[in-house]
Design a protein around this ligand. Structure first.
Ligand code: UDP
Ligand code: MG
Length: 309
């Protein structure tokens, strides 16, 4: 028998725990047919509702269900990492508990692994039910990051993917603190088959992502996977040096030919404001990279487990 690990990050999802379990178990016949044993790892990411109790209820009847509780909310990336660490399966799949990653796709994903792919990943081709502004910014982000990063980051890719043990070990060997999974999965390489599906709306409860938290996440992704902003500010600095040099020559020549009547106070103020603004911007970009480096250097653990069962 081969073992399949199912990793399910949950944060305040008490209404969805049992629902997800039922939906996953609709694949029982498929598991039996493929001689797959499974373990279901619910990663309770510091929930404050009854998430852990719901999982324990399931555990009473099914010892394939496991619960790993964090000491506080560490974020989905940390939950995924913990899940991968705890998984023992020959195959590992990650799914959202809100049923936005349909468990009914599992047989399709598995068939691609059987074909010889190392990973079968999903991407949604529509963004139905999402605010248009959010979709617009998401598209811009993917265009930007793919323009500048050597790692391919697929638009609409979900974290829902089935991987072989070999690929999971590769992902685990990337131990950085600022984890941007979508990038890490691409970075480790291997042969990935993309399976497309229509966006499904969340079963119950609400999304944990506000526009602002998505923006911060996007920035983290950019900083983790490209240093293009640093190159950009260097070029900007170069451009301003050249501009200043040309202006100096111009002003000196003009003073020699026409004399030097005192004027240009407003233009001077504009120039000072512009240049100091640009300097602030460059400092800010540098600061972003420095702060990420600072967090990496501290080497804090990515998550802390309170209890596991
Ligand atoms: N999640 C988590 N920790 C968090 C936020 C979310 O483990 O800090 C889980 C959440 O319970 C769900 C999945 O990550 O299973 C996706 O979250 P959500 O549905 O809120 O995101 P969306 O689908 O809107 O991108
Ligand atoms: Mg969701």
């Amino acid at each position: 028998m081969k073992l399949l690990s199912v990793i399910v990050p949950c944060y305040n999802e008490e209404e969805n725990i049992a629902l997800f379990y039922e939906e996953l178990m609709k694949n029982s016949a498929f598991f039996a047919q493929k001689e797959l044993d499974c373990e279901i790892l619910y990663i309770d990411d510091g929930s404050r509702d009854g998430t852990a109790e719901e999982v324990r209820k399931l555990r009473k009847n099914d010892d394939r269900v496991h619960l790993i509780s964090f000491s506080r909310n560490f974020g989905k990336e940390a939950a995924i990492y913990a899940g991968l660490r705890y998984s023992r399966g020959d195959y590992v799949v990650m799914m959202d508990v809100d049923l936005q990653d349909p468990p009914s796709l599992l047989p399709t994903l598995f068939s691609h692994i059987e074909e010889g792919y190392d990973c079968a990943a999903t991407r949604r081709v529509t963004r139905k039910g999402e605010p248009p502004v959010r979709s617009f910014f998401a598209r811009c982000f993917y265009r930007l990051i793919n323009r500048f990063s050597k790692t391919e980051i697929v638009d609409g890719a979900r974290d829902y993917r089935l991987m072989t043990r070999q690929m999971v070990d590769a992902v685990l060997s990337v131990t950085e603190y600022n984890r941007f999974s979508k990038g890490i999965f691409g970075w480790v390489g291997f042969r990935t088959k993309w399976v497309e599906f229509e966006n499904v709306e969340r079963a119950r409860g609400e999304t944990k992502w506000s526009f602002w938290s998505l923006f911060v996440y996007a920035m983290d992704g950019l900083i983790a996977f490209t240093s293009a902003p640093l190159t950009f500010v260097s070029l900007l600095g170069g451009f301003f040096c050249v501009l200043a040099f040309v202006m100096i020559v111009f002003v000196v020549v003009r003073a020699l030919i026409f004399g030097d009547p005192t004027s240009g106070w407003p233009s001077m103020v504009c120039i000072i404001l512009l240049v100091s603004g640009v300097q602030m911007l460059c400092l800010g970009v540098l600061g972003q990279y420095l702060s990420k480096t600072y967090m990496e250097v501290k080497g804090r653990p990515i998550y802390i487990v309170k209890e596991e069962e």
